[in-house]
Design a protein. Structure first.
Length: 284
């Protein structure tokens, strides 16, 4: 996505900056008046915009960094072979070191929560928060369909273009979001419409799904001693709260909370409730 086309309307655009850390050209939003660093990692198909409602509850006390994941939003993908959990984690760690940031907290949503767990081994934060965390491997058809999709995307550049064309249908985008169990405002949906219409963004999301592999992380969960707090939503139709509860039980210092009524995008639906939940149990 071209920043010049969307800068004026993008949430927190005044705090955006672009950083070249090979292989990617990163879009980062960096703001806050506090001294305790927090790193925010969105989920597949989203961007920094998804944190717009949540961040104000933290910016007075924290130094905040929100990142567009490789190929998402305004971060230009430097390699189509680095969208796996492990390699994306390595690249995020390299970005943090380039920015001289050592986060005390990492807050990740969905696949971003799995990334938060992955990089916690290198960055050693004081705590990790996983919002509707995607910490379960794909089963059945998806277990072989996604790797196959990666090869198809590499061979046929028209696939992302075709999917992006579907994003121009407002009703289709609204239905896609509602199928996660969340209800967003028209203004919030407009950002997803913008993202889903962009071929580069769609390609980044498809590559991430196609290369996603949790096996190594899940096998070594017992080695993560950092306190991890999972916050899931009762009405999440994408990832059951049971996933967070089961993952928390494996971790040496894992805790799970379930919020009533909200869906997969709980932090966008009710950022105040999610922020209050985080702040109540935050160890710093």
């Amino acid at each position: 996505m071209r920043w010049s086309d969307h800068k004026a309307s993008w949430p927190n655009h005044a705090h955006s900056r672009f950083i070249r850390t090979p292989p990617h050209d990163w879009h980062v939003q960096h703001f806050g008046t506090g001294t305790k660093p927090i790193l925010f990692l969105h989920g597949t198909g989203a961007s920094t915009h998804s944190w717009a409602g949540l961040i104000p509850y933290f910016q007075d006390d924290f130094d905040i960094v929100a990142v567009d994941l490789p190929g998402h939003g305004f971060t230009a993908l430097g390699s189509k072979q680095r969208s796996s959990l492990t390699l994306m984690g390595e690249d995020i760690v390299a970005l943090c070191r380039e920015m001289s940031i050592t986060p005390e907290l990492i807050i990740g949503h969905s696949a971003g929560a799995a990334l938060a767990l992955e990089i916690s081994k290198a960055l050693k934060p004081r705590a990790v928060f996983g919002l509707n965390a995607a910490t379960k491997t794909f089963a059945g058809l998806a277990s072989w369909a996604f790797p196959f999709a990666a090869k198809m995307i590499a061979l046929n550049p028209f696939i992302p273009s075709f999917v992006a064309g579907l994003g121009r249908n407002e009703r289709r985008v609204k239905s896609l979001i509602e199928n996660t169990g969340s209800k967003l405002t028209s203004a919030q949906l407009a950002f997803y419409e913008t993202l889903f219409q962009n071929q580069k963004h769609v390609e980044g999301a498809l590559l991430m799904m196609a290369q996603w592999n949790l096996d190594h992380l899940l096998y070594r969960l017992h080695e993560i001693t950092t306190p991890v707090y999972f916050i899931s939503a009762e009405n999440d139709k994408t990832i059951s709260p049971v996933v967070s509860i089961e993952t928390a039980a494996v971790l040496p210092n894992g805790t799970a909370y379930v919020l009533d009524h909200l869906g997969h995008l709980a932090h966008e639906e009710d950022p105040k409730l999610v922020a209050e939940t985080i702040l109540q149990v935050m160890p710093i």
